[in-house]
Ligand binder design. Sequence first.
Ligand SMILES: Nc1ncnc2c1ncn2[C@@H]1O[C@H](COP(=O)(O)OP(=O)(O)OP(=O)(O)O)[C@@H](O)[C@H]1O
Ligand SMILES: [Mg+2]
Length: 369
Amino acid sequence: MKTENPFKFGTVAHGPYFTNRSSELQFVAAALNGANHLVVISPRRYGKTSMIHQALQLTDRPKIELDLMMVTSTTDFAAQLLKQVYKIYPFQRIKGFIQQFKVIPVINLNPVTNTVEITFSAEAAGKPVLDDVLNLIENLASADKRSIVVLDEFQEIHHLDRKLAPGMRSVMQHHKNINYILMGSQESMMREIFEQKKSPFYHFGLMMNLDRIPHDEFESYLSKGLEQFTPQSSDLARSILEKTGSHPYYTQQLGWFVWEQLRNYPDHPDPVNSAIENIEAMHDLDYERMWNNLNKTDQKLILGLIHENTPLLSGQNLVKYGIGASSTAFSAIKRLMHKGYIIKAGQQYVPEDPFFAGWLLKKRGESII
Ligand SMILES: Nc1ncnc2c1ncn2[C@@H]1O[C@H](COP(=O)(O)OP(=O)(O)OP(=O)(O)O)[C@@H](O)[C@H]1O
Ligand SMILES: [Mg+2]
């Protein structure tokens, strides 16, 4: 009897927690083995970081990663990137290049904590220092050991500075010793950056749309994790996937809670719905806050999508839910997608969090379970 929950959610899935993605991993390896860059797009928590980490584990090339969601300005972008460079190259190798920077950074090495603090005295240094850091990474790499630079939530460059993209592209396009992996979860912004002809990053790399984990593979993974409790673990697995629509994060989350239910009550008659109740209770406050932050049109649209389960709301439904014109519905969809509250699953728009719908209907006394 295993005593450790075999499911994991929230952080990067690795080792036994990582499943499938074999064709995607092959695609990433092919891109990295050649001179191509890669652009990975998926809604939040579909498994971009997990998949890329898995692929990177298979190579001993220098890897530099940065999440652009965490940077506050172009200068901070440069400083954080330089910090990552320090983690993998000895100071002696970097020193000479840094002396050539347009703005020299202030670097504090803490030998006790083994950490490094980097600041550029001129906060306005921005673009030129970022160019310097990107060129530094190129110079440190070599043709036979090219570096891999992963920039997560890449669409954030637009929030840092609208003029950043053309400048970055003009520097990055000359790099021969780097494979860039640019990832993002704001689908419309990512497409604007990489698929619009007028965008500087148009056709910059191979495009990869990361989808959900295929149903059957996910089913065997879940079933295996639950088999110690019941010979019907495949039924449980299917029931979990039906609730989560195979969304990687929410499937692992529900799997985790179902496993805990069964550990505590091995004869539980309905562990899946009971686990969902636990999840809803845990998120009660978040869900309430999220709902209250929506304007009335967005609230009506979400209710309409949950109830009608159709690709788009028909004219009749727009009246039924008091939304009004279809243009109003379209802008609400755009807004809600942008905020990450709804996602497109197949032809359908659905709440990003599959447990939110159940919570909402229960709160409104329209419970479905
Ligand atoms: N290949 C996988 N096998 C099993 N579970 C996975 C897999 N990929 C992702 N998950 C589940 O989804 C969760 C989110 O994964 P990950 O953080 O890699 O997604 P992401 O797309 O990078 O998310 P974010 O948009 O927050 O950056 C993981 O914690 C794990 O529970
Ligand atoms: Mg991620």
